[in-house]
Design a binder for this molecule. Structure first.
Ligand code: BGP
Length: 471
């Protein structure tokens, strides 16, 4: 039985003092105000204009949860539900409407206000520079396919460090950088909807290089904070211990996890991946000094996003040699009998995955300082769980979070360097292709009532957890 008011003596899972309790969000998904006060278009604004049918219920990014106008109330609510930290992202095209060149002072004012308001409430801002939102002007020159975008990103990053780095002490270069590669260049769920493995590799490579270059700039500025990256680490569990299944899982892991994890933490790429790229003729264009830059500029702090595991097996059938090259040439995805599902999102729920990730980081990545930067449960039709006062009784979410936190706690006991837990997300937000279908927040947002906010049961439960440093 889960109580939302746990007395301190009943805390079974105790977390260290100073543990980071909070949530994460991104600019495009929460700010709204997508074409006011000088913001330039990003790829989401553009894609929605081209193909509104690709967004559930035709709801686009133009007026997502209105954080741009309501940030003061939202930050007050964050405090009310126990946050000591919160991750936001800066909208690149709000700060630089053309991606580079002229800066938008209204954006500077907005992000200054948000950061100051958070600090006034003792909520530490964790700031991410890139969350899927390429400025359209830069996508027109190829986005991450082009080295010009890396230069523009360096200038953007340096501007952010200069403007906000006196107060922001935790920076992140990218959120889930594999996702724009998958969505935009392999599986057609992000603009520019290209299916081309060679371009996908170049995009991934440039993203990693951009991260290393931003880290180099940040360190040279001596601002006294930490800089890292946020990766969705999805353990690849093999169907069996048969060598063919094991090999499939090693390769899936190299494609989707180690492609970014290894260069970010160790400054080098996994040889399993490099071998495949060489053999198949997909090596990216690499300029002199690039690999040195990647080697020398690794992260201080790793954000781990975890939602679901990946399960893989050796291929059942010989892949079609004439089809487009896809990572799935080396493995098949596998549905484990008896798996538990979040049916709304179609994702398996496997709490132990979070522990396996933390253990892998401890054993194989020098126990790098890390935190859970996203974990959460998207649920459709949450209104039906509303009580007579309008509060959503989301016991399933409390169970989901506590189930994961127990494994985080076990990892901690075994020596993991995990420093906090951020839920996805503070309030129900616009979810890319899924718009407002799946609700993830501690706070509900009524999109039919001027985005009215109401704290859910899980929000008050979380307050209790944060205040007791455990549950
Ligand atoms: C992560 C992203 C978030 C968020 C979350 C939930 O991949 O970093 O931006 O959207 O997943 O996923 P979805 O919105 O697709 O349900």
């Amino acid at each position: 039985m889960i109580s939302i008011n746990t007395p301190i003596e009943k805390v079974h899972y105790h977390f260290p003092e100073e543990f980071w309790w909070g949530s994460s969000a991104s600019a495009t998904q929460t700010e709204g105000a997508s074409d006011v006060d000088g913001k330039g278009k990003n790829i989401w604004d553009h894609w929605y204009e081209l193909q509104p049918n690709r967004f559930i219920n035709g709801i686009g990014p133009e007026d997502t949860s209105q954080f741009y106008y309501k940030y003061k109330d939202d930050i007050r609510l964050m405090k009310e539900i126990g946050h000591n930290s919160f991750r936001l992202s800066i909208s690149w095209s709000r700060l630089f409407p053309e991606g580079r060149g002229e800066r938008n002072e209204k954006a500077v004012e907005f992000y200054n206000n948000v950061i100051n308001e958070m600090l006034a409430h003792d909520i530490e801002p964790f700031v991410n520079l890139y969350h899927f939102d390429m400025p359209l002007a830069l996508q027109k020159i190829g986005g991450w396919e082009s080295r010009e975008t890396i230069e523009a990103y360096e200038a953007y990053a340096e501007t952010c460090f200069r403007l906000f780095g006196d107060r922001v002490k935790k920076w992140f270069t990218h959120n889930e950088p594999i996702v724009p590669v998958e969505g935009g260049y392999l599986y057609d769920f992000h603009y520019p909807n290209i299916v081309d493995f060679k371009k996908a590799v170049q995009v991934a490579y440039h993203t990693i290089l951009s991260s290393a270059k931003a880290i180099r700039i940040y360190k040279s500025m001596n601002l006294g904070g930490k800089i890292g990256i946020i990766l969705n680490l999805t353990p690849s569990y093999p169907r069996s211990q048969h060598p063919a299944d094991l090999k499939a899982s090693i390769l899936a892991d190299a494609f989707f996890n180690r492609s970014f994890l290894d260069p970010s933490v160790k400054g080098e790429f996994p040889f399993e991946l490099v071998d495949i790229l060489m053999e198949e003729g997909f090596m990216p264009k690499i300029a002199e000094d690039d690999l040195q830059t990647i080697k020398e500029n690794t992260i201080d702090l790793l954000g781990v996003n975890y939602y679901q595991p990946r399960r893989v097996k050796a291929k059942d059938n010989v892949p079609n040699p004439d089809g487009p090259f896809m990572p799935e040439r080396y493995f098949d995805n596998y549905i484990m009998a008896g798996r538990r599902m979040n049916v709304h999102r179609g994702w398996e729920v496997y709490e132990k995955g979070i522990y396996d990730i933390l253990t892998n980081l401890r054993e194989n990545y020098g126990n790098i300082e890390c935190f859970i930067s996203e974990n959460g449960m998207g649920v459709e039709g949450e209104e039906k769980f509303q009580d007579e006062k309008g509060m959503i009784q989301d016991d399933y979410r409390i169970e989901f979070i506590s189930g994961h936190l127990k494994w985080v706690h076990k990892a901690l006991e075994e020596g993991s360097n995990v420093k906090g837990y951020h839920m996805w997300t503070f309030m129900d937000s616009w979810s890319w292709n899924n718009a407002y279908k799946n609700r993830y927040g501690f706070v509900s947002v009524d999109i039919n009532k001027d985005t009215e906010r109401t704290v859910k049961k899980s929000g008050y439960w979380f307050k209790n957890v944060a205040e007791n440093n455990g549950f």
